[in-house]
Design a protein around this ligand. Structure first.
Ligand code: ADP
Ligand code: ZN
Ligand code: ZN
Length: 815
């Protein structure tokens, strides 16, 4: 053993620790590495920690010793430790929360405290009688849990008595982890214990005696080449446990405990597949990636980030597959991220069939046991490819060579519901930098910020402008935009325009299928004039006003501008004011009303709460057990449904007027995705978009399948309004049961931030709000939001003491 560092910096599992690490001395007898999980004393407690750094000098004068090792092997690699630090700094999250993203499933466990008596024989005459009582109990039992003591004596009393006894050194505390939630799974396996000919003679003997079940089981085992699970054997031979025991007793079979893997793919039948012959466009994109992989492997270049911009069905996935194969050929491995919703068996099967037995799947819906086995399997290098939703970026995949992010523009890559508020795309790019891996970002509708980076040549742009057309009848579908104002003028008040109505009728007559899409998100309702199409907007922020029914007012969620909900249109003076807010449920009713002969099926989050329901709905529709599929964005994603010849967007406007500067982008992306569902088969297809704003650039561009048209408009707006990528945003939300208090706190922080800004002389930093958050009241708490716009916000904010109770989101996806 060579020279050993004497101190360790440790990220401690305590809310107090925040973004800091703490210095501990390494005891002589312990061998400690970066990434290792250890026990450390922290105040009165013993807590879990992860070693982030080793050093010769502590950061403080007084250090305690590391108390012990939790796992002999480091759980995090050095790049992962660095990644956790980056996440904590960039997203202003606690360091241990960032570390925890990379720990094995079931790791974060509670500590159980127990009390045992010391061997010291001392004078106990000075003890009070309750103290004596507790001490005797502990002595009698040797060791008791603190929890049990608390249960019998009451929490306060138990803790006080135990502390008093500890101070007198009569008892000592010790700590253990509560029992493991996930363990390796062990199953019973059967194998033959005798030579084959001996076993065959035995079969004959058993049959003669009429022990047919035993004979059958033995015959079955004779035919096997390797041990068979007990469950499998019993199923095949249809015998009870007694039959197995009888054979085991005679010494004819052996029963062994074997550790088995809980394999999420085991229930699926997978046929291996071969690489496809690439089209010219695919070939050229692939060649670029291939040569980068080679050059990176030979260390000639630092790894690039590719943006693979290809229309839906242009064969991006085939490129991922071949790039992964190339990565494996170079002795490396990959991770593929897909939006959670796209983690369909279809997608999984495509990867699993190209890399048989070499694909690991991480998914929140796997059992903890399955996750545990996959995690350790990955860490042990058993898989070439890991595939999963955003959290799969933290898989302990060794030898990273390629990171693929499919549908890179998807919101689901941002963890918005709990800290750390990381974005998996940014994390992937950082991880690639740390490990020397190549990144492929794939999308039909790249995030405007990503595309901007490609334009700036930070990323390398690869394009697949056309669908891979195995069949000439399947180009991008035709899109018709219907102006709903014209419908009203023609006296049609139904939610189906004449065009859409007709098209649905035709689909039904031809026994084809249709999808009706309604992008209704959240509870917000915007206010619109049905006569001239005017949507009420904030005079100051240009965003859509949100209708608050309780107060009958229209409110700007950006700056809190309020007006009474109008009775007449401020533009054309019409009284036909409409509150937009049609939901999928209502749409389903209207559909069965208008098309009583059609079988419809609804797909939204209300009907997909169970584990398999996504798959069930999909299978049902694919098997043509329904004619019309009605749904929210769920129906827009990556589904391949060849019998769908019509996609109707019932209202493109609901998403268009969300109070968010990304509303145009989201609408464009969704429309393109939805349109991509039509005409995937030989029957061709058509898309009808219903809107009150047919001239809106997002709708115009979507109708023409023209990303460039959309991007040029959008990036000009972004530049003009100084929105990302030309600035960075941070959202700060304060929540409390008292609305007025929230507002006051928010105003105070605003003042404080402005003072800090001016004191530091930062010019390009502006504050928006405070205003009620988009969801003003959540679970009984009011929420007020401040938005900061500027550059390098994490650096600015980390230097400011922000009071307790504020939730900070750097680069929020929605305002
Ligand atoms: P994307 O990921 O861009 O939506 P896919 O990779 O799913 O596109 O390809 C769309 C369809 O075209 C799939 O059915 C796929 O099997 C097929 N495909 C892709 N590349 C080729 C090719 N080179 N030759 C033949 N078929 C292909
Ligand atoms: Zn009007
Ligand atoms: Zn406003």
């Amino acid at each position: 053993m060579g020279y050993r560092m004497r101190y360790a910096e440790i990220s401690v599992n305590s809310p107090v620790a925040q973004r800091r690490t703490f210095s501990y001395a390494i005891p002589q007898n312990l061998s400690i590495d970066v990434g290792q999980a250890v026990w450390v004393p922290f105040g009165e407690k013993l807590l879990q920690g992860i070693v982030t750094e080793l050093s010769d000098y502590p950061a403080v004068e007084e250090t305690k010793d590391i108390a012990g090792i939790i796992d002999p092997h480091p759980l995090l690699s050095s790049p992962h430790v660095a990644l956790a630090r980056w996440i904590s700094t960039h997203y202003l999250s606690s360091l241990f929360d960032a570390v925890a993203l990379m720990l094995p499933p079931g790791f974060k466990r509670r500590v159980v405290t127990s009390i045992s008596s010391t061997t010291k024989e001392s004078d106990i005459s000075s003890l009070t009688s309750p103290q004596r009582h507790v001490l005797e109990l502990i002595k009698r039992q040797g060791r008791v849990g603190l929890k049990e003591q608390e249960k019998t004596l009451g929490k306060k009393k138990a803790q006080t008595l135990v502390s008093q006894l500890i101070r007198r050194r009569l008892v000592a505390r010790s700590y253990e982890l509560e029992s493991v939630k996930a363990r390796p799974k062990v199953e019973l396996y059967l194998s033959l214990a005798t030579a084959l000919d001996e076993a065959q003679r035995e079969v004959a003997r058993l049959s003669k005696k009429g022990a047919n079940k035993q004979a059958a089981l033995l015959t079955f085992l004779v035919q096997q080449f390797k041990p068979v699970s007990l469950a499998e054997a019993r199923r095949r031979v249809n015998c009870g446990k007694a039959v197995v025991d009888a054979l085991a007793k005679k010494g004819l079979v052996t029963v062994q405990h074997i550790q088995v893997k809980r394999d999420p793919l085991s229930s699926q039948h997978i046929t291996p597949s071969q690489p496809l012959h690439l089209s010219a466009a695919q070939e050229s994109a692939f060649k670029s990636i291939q040569s980068s992989l080679l050059e990176v492997a030979e260390k000639h270049i630092s790894p690039p980030v590719f943006l693979l911009h290809g229309v839906t069905g242009s064969g991006k996935t085939e490129i991922y597959l071949q790039a992964l194969a190339e990565t494996v050929r170079l002795g490396k491995r990959g991770i593929v991220l897909v939006p959670e919703i796209a983690l369909t068996p279809q997608t999984i099967e495509r990867f699993a069939s190209r890399f048989p037995d070499k694909v690991a799947i991480l998914h929140s819906k796997l059992s903890l046991g399955e996750q545990f086995d996959e995690w350790w399997g990955i860490k042990n290098g058993e898989f070439d490819v890991v595939i999963g939703p955003r959290s799969a970026i933290f898989a302990p995949q060794p030898d990273l060579g390629l990171l693929v992010i499919d549908e890179e523009h998807e919101w689901t890559y941002k963890q918005h519901d709990k800290p750390p508020h990381y974005h998996a795309r940014n994390v992937a790019i950082k991880l690639a930098e740390l490990t020397g891996a190549v990144v492929i970002l794939g999308s039909a509708t790249p995030d405007v910020e990503t595309y901007y980076h490609a334009q700036q040549e930070d990323y390398r742009l690869l394009q697949l402008p056309e669908r891979v057309v195995p069949n000439e009848n399947s180009p991008l579908p035709q899109v018709e935009v219907v102006d709903l104002k014209d419908e009203l003028k023609a006296g049609n008040r139904s939610i189906f325009s004449r065009s859409l109505s007709q098209a649905i009728g035709k689909v039904l007559a031809n026994n084809e299928q249709a999808i009706l899409f309604l992008n209704r998100r959240g509870a917000a309702t915007s206010i619109q004039c049905r006569n001239c199409g005017l949507v009420l907007r904030c005079k100051r922020c240009e965003v859509t006003l949100t209708y608050h029914s309780a107060e009958d007012t229209a409110v700007c969620h950006q700056c809190n501008y309020r007006i009474p909900a109008p009775q007449i249109c401020p533009q054309c003076l019409s009284r036909r004011i409409k509150y937009l807010g049609l939901g999928t449920q209502k749409l389903e009713q209207e559909t069965s009303h208008a098309f009583p002969q059609a079988r419809s099926l609804r797909w939204d989050s209300d009907v997909t709460r169970q584990k398999h329901s996504h798959q069930e709905i999909f299978n049902k529709f694919r098997a043509h057990k329904a004619d019309i599929l009605i749904g929210t964005q769920m129906v827009a994603k990556g589904l391949d449904l060849p019998q769908v010849t019509l996609v109707g967007v019932v209202s493109a406007d609901a998403g268009l007027y969300l109070p968010d500067f990304r509303a145009g982008e989201r609408t464009f992306q969704l429309l393109i995705q939805v349109a991509g569902r039509a005409g995937r088969g030989s029957l061709g297809g058509k898309v009808i978009i219903q809107t009150y704003s047919p001239k809106h650039y997002a709708i115009q561009a979507a109708a023409k399948h023209d990303y460039a048209l959309f991007y040029d408009k959008e990036i000009a707006y972004r530049r003009q309004l100084h929105n990302p990528p030309f600035s960075q945003l941070a959202s700060l939300i304060y929540s409390h049961t008292n609305d007025a208090l929230c507002q006051r706190k928010a105003e105070r922080l605003r003042q404080h931030l402005l003072e800090e800004r001016d004191a530091k002389g930062i010019a390009d930093l502006s504050l928006i709000g405070p205003a009620p958050a988009f969801i003003h009241r959540l679970r009984g708490r009011f929420r007020w939001q401040l938005i900061i716009r500027g550059a390098e916000l994490p650096t600015f904010l980390s230097q400011i003491s922000i009071p307790q109770g504020w939730a900070i989101d750097i680069d929020p996806i929605g305002l």
